[in-house]
Ligand binder design. Structure first.
Ligand SMILES: [Zn+2]
Length: 228
């Protein structure tokens, strides 16, 4: 199993030049996808106008398949506002564009899991486009067209603040513990914590109330619950 450090290092060379908000979103996306069992790698980030024009030529004046409809200056990549991702396979080297893959075996395609997390972070997905679907592509447009960006417009300070708060605030919500009360047959037994869908309860309080015996084995770090 890949560590989060191995996964993040894989993308590091392609994060230069990104807009700070997109960088924050991408870092969060790498972490959250990993937490769901889906390691990803960023395969493209900031692209100069010249690099964009070279890509545009592919499948038109140069051989290969058409990979973009955008000339230099017409892609959000040219302003550090877009990235492309792919799945990072368990060997930590190979990359997959298989949108049907379910590497963590949770009956959701890995691709959809990443896209779900991306959208929560405020990213737009190229797979939603109607004219030319680009399943690897994620961007933050801030309501600006590439023509406006080309003319020098940039997201406002307020837009940046709101986007960052969505990225960071979402994180707090996911990790927020909720204090709860455990009732046994209608009477309060003890307090517990609900953390991201899992309820944590002091095991001794609950087990003993149900007539079981609780012992702790410090050597094996094991709690034994025994019923008669
Ligand atoms: Zn892209």
């Amino acid at each position: 199993m890949l560590t989060i450090d191995q996964v993040t290092q894989k993308s590091a060379p392609r994060l230069g030049g990104l807009h700070p908000v997109l960088l924050a979103a991408v870092n969060a996306l790498i972490q959250r996808s990993y937490a769901r069992g889906v390691p990803i790698v960023i395969t493209a980030g900031m692209r100069s106008f010249a690099e964009q024009n070279a890509l545009y030529a592919q499948g038109r004046t140069k051989k290969g398949d058409i990979v973009t409809n955008a000339r230099g200056g017409s892609s959000y990549h040219n302003y550090g506002l877009a990235v492309d991702f792919a799945l990072l396979l368990p060997d930590g080297q190979s990359v997959s564009w298989d949108t049907k893959r379910d590497g963590d075996g949770d009956k959701l395609t890995d691709w959809q899991e990443v896209v779900q997390e991306a959208k929560k972070l405020g990213l737009e997905w190229g797979g939603d486009w109607t004219s030319f679907q680009d399943y690897s592509h994620l961007q933050m447009a801030f309501g600006l067209t590439t023509a406006q960006l080309k003319a020098g417009q940039r997201p406002t300070a307020e837009q940046v603040k709101m986007a960052l708060s969505r990225i960071n605030g979402g994180d707090e919500q996911v990790n927020k513990d909720v204090e709860i009360t455990i009732n046994l047959n209608g009477a309060k037994l003890t307090a517990g914590v609900l953390d991201n869908g899992t309820t944590y309860v002091p095991v001794r309080a609950l087990a003993e109330a149900l007539g079981a015996k609780v012992t702790y084995d410090p050597v094996n770090k094991t709690v034994n619950v025994e019923t008669q």
